[in-house]
Design a protein around this ligand. Structure first.
Ligand code: ZN
Length: 436
């Protein structure tokens, strides 16, 4: 308990995401950036009293796989296969400057906050610029500096050293959690994987990486190293706790069991996988992973392969595609999908004790949705979770708090002057995409 001023939000429809998944009309008491109490009725008077009857309040989403700076490149590499997609991305990457990265990150952070996402897991280089964009907008950033083999990188210097420097600069800085991001088996040799893990263990930070996204990646690894990617990484002694693997489209039953046993979390990115046709009709085996005990979260991937950062849209698609795929309308019901976007994502990030749930002691990262928005009307306790997953649109998001700080209100960003930033972002995109 602190002496910080308190705020009470009264009479809201609260989707707690707590252990009992309670949804009820009630009050939230916030103090010092955290939730002090959540209950059907809180007696204590707060320093600030807010009537929240017209709002549904839920935990902010945690987007567990993206490359936020690519928000600048939406529409730049559509309708092409993965190798051609990467070719275009690498060509653009070679021209990147810190100015472009910060502009793209600002754009991505704005899009996410306005869609109810309060934290994200990023993979890129130039993450100092991404961290600055997080500070400017107020979003929480789990920022992974991309590590790949030094001989193929477009980064200046050695990627692993760059990651180490980034972690040293940003560790313990408020809402920024720096970490190590390994690009994937197609860009990292065994030494790179092991040194990346060593750095993450030394600094006690997360590891994030792409895994078994495309069939080509799996086949190439089998040809080159005699093993499929998860088995190969296991044989190196790489797999373990505090790791989030993105995609996991091409996993065998044995690999599902292996990832679960090693406590590797999987970030499912259905929009990106479908747009790049990574699964060729297949999809990440979310149900099997969950049944085997693995943590599965959701990610949008980047704006070049999605092409948006909306977690509401990603949840909607997730619920639908698994039902279609499995010929089973009971597959991935709405409460499971909401868990993946909130509390399970927090567990993937190692933050299950203070993020993803509205409960005492948790961070006040929360979203107020306008209950009169057409996409949410009518919403009651009994259909609130379904409406969030299947119906809500991003513009139903009215107010967003991160660590108790109001960063969006009445659908406007409060910390940045968007009218001033938008033309700068447009200029940065034009520079990046010019042929010169
Ligand atoms: Zn990715």
């Amino acid at each position: 308990m602190t002496d910080a001023p308190s705020t009470a939000l009264r009479g809201a429809l609260i989707v707690t995401q707590d252990d009992s998944r309670r949804v009820y009309r009630g009050d939230l008491l916030l103090r010092g950036g955290k939730i002090e109490e959540v209950a059907p009725a809180i007696k204590a008077r707060a320093d600030t009293e807010i009537d929240a009857h017209r709002f549904l309040i839920a935990p902010g989403f945690l987007n567990t796989h993206t490359h936020i700076a690519n928000a600048l490149l939406k529409g730049a590499a559509d309708d092409r296969d993965f190798p051609k997609f990467l070719e275009k991305m690498f060509a653009v990457d070679a021209k990147r400057t810190e100015v472009d990265i910060e502009a793209g990150a600002l754009l991505g952070a704005a899009e996410m906050l306005l869609g109810g996402t309060t934290g994200f897991l990023d993979m890129y280089y130039g993450e100092d610029a991404v961290a600055r964009a997080c500070e400017r907008t107020g979003i929480r950033g789990f920022l992974g500096w991309t590590v790949l083999d030094p001989e193929i990188t477009t980064q200046k210097g050695i990627p692993l050293d760059n990651a180490a420097g980034f972690i040293r600069r940003w560790k313990g800085q408020g809402r920024i959690s720096p970490l190590v991001a390994l690009q994937g088996v197609y860009a990292c040799k065994d030494e790179t994987w092991l040194k990346g893990k060593e750095l993450a263990e030394k600094e006690k930070v997360l590891l994030h990486y792409h895994l078994s996204e495309t069939r080509g990646e799996v086949q190439d690894n089998e040809k080159k190293r005699g093993k499929r990617p998860p088995e190969w990484l296991d044989s190196l002694g790489f797999l373990g706790r505090h790791q989030v693997a993105a995609h996991g489209v091409w996993l065998t039953n044995r690999e599902i069991e292996l990832l679960s046993r090693k406590s590797v979390a999987v970030a499912h990115c259905p929009s990106s996988n479908m747009k790049l046709a990574s699964g060729g009709g297949g999809i990440c085996p979310v149900t099997e992973l969950r049944e085997s005990g693995a943590t599965v979260s959701l990610g949008t991937d980047s704006s070049t392969s999605n092409n948006g950062l909306s977690m509401l849209r990603e949840m909607h698609l997730t619920a639908l595609v698994h039902k279609q795929q499995r010929h089973d309308p009971e597959s991935l019901p709405a409460p499971v999908v909401l868990d993946m976007a909130t509390r399970d994502a927090a567990r993937a990030l190692g933050r299950e004790r203070d993020l993803g749930v509205l409960a005492p002691g948790f961070q006040a990262d929360l979203v107020l949705y306008d209950l009169s928005h057409p996409s949410l009307l009518p919403t009651r306790a009994d259909n609130a979770v379904s409406n969030l997953v299947y119906s809500a649109q991003d513009d139903a998001v009215h107010t967003v708090l991160v660590q108790g700080e109001k960063v969006v209100e009445s659908r406007r960003l409060l910390k940045v002057d968007w009218a001033k930033e938008a033309p700068e972002i447009e200029r940065a995109a034009l520079h990046l995409l010019s042929e010169r």
